[in-house]
Design a binder for this molecule. Structure first.
Ligand SMILES: [Zn+2]
Length: 172
């Protein structure tokens, strides 16, 4: 490859990466969710979405819709879980088993949305961690991501990342 061509390739790659980062920072990424199947958890799901919108207003905007959506949220009798298909897209089950044990429904919703936003489980047992999930116990009602969790979501949306199709089974 000639020197001139090498420089051109490097320059275009740099422009591409700057463009991606600039776009992500310039406008919140709108992620629609349809919770019409979430039964008694509709209000908790809205509150969980509002947590993320309030915590990261410049990064993302979770918006409720009644039609086709990036995220489908339903209720069932299993454990809460999330299935991602890509960053910002997937399906959430608001499982009643955890609710019946006494886990907080808004924390569950915010946690499962965290998976959709590219966060993995970290079962630290700490209530200050959103992604510690059920490991923090039923007394934990904190629905807010900590600083590191928020920073990770900002990083996820600020660059091209691959969130592979995966199911997070949230049994205790
Ligand atoms: Zn989880």
């Amino acid at each position: 490859m000639s020197l001139r061509k090498t420089i051109a390739v490097v320059a275009s790659a740099a422009a591409l990466s700057v463009g991606l980062i600039g776009t992500a920072e310039a406008a919140p990424r709108v992620i629609t969710y349809n919770s019409s199947g979430a039964a008694e958890f509709v209000a908790a799901v809205d509150a969980g979405a509002n947590v993320w919108n309030t915590q990261l207003p410049n990064t993302l905007n979770l918006r409720k819709v009644t039609g086709p959506a990036h995220v489908t949220i339903v209720a069932d009798n299993g454990w809460p879980r999330a299935q991602t298909t890509s960053l910002g897209r997937g399906r959430i089950w608001m499982g009643r088993l955890a609710v019946n044990e006494g886990h907080d429904t808004i924390r569950i919703a915010a946690h499962e949305l965290g998976h959709i936003l590219g966060l993995p489980d970290r079962r630290t047992g700490l209530c200050t961690d959103l992604m510690s999930g059920a490991s923090a116990g039923t007394s934990c009602k904190n629905p807010n991501p900590n600083a590191a969790e928020k920073a990770q979501v900002v990083r996820n949306f600020g660059r091209t990342v691959t969130v592979k199709a995966e199911t997070f089974q949230d049994a205790a």
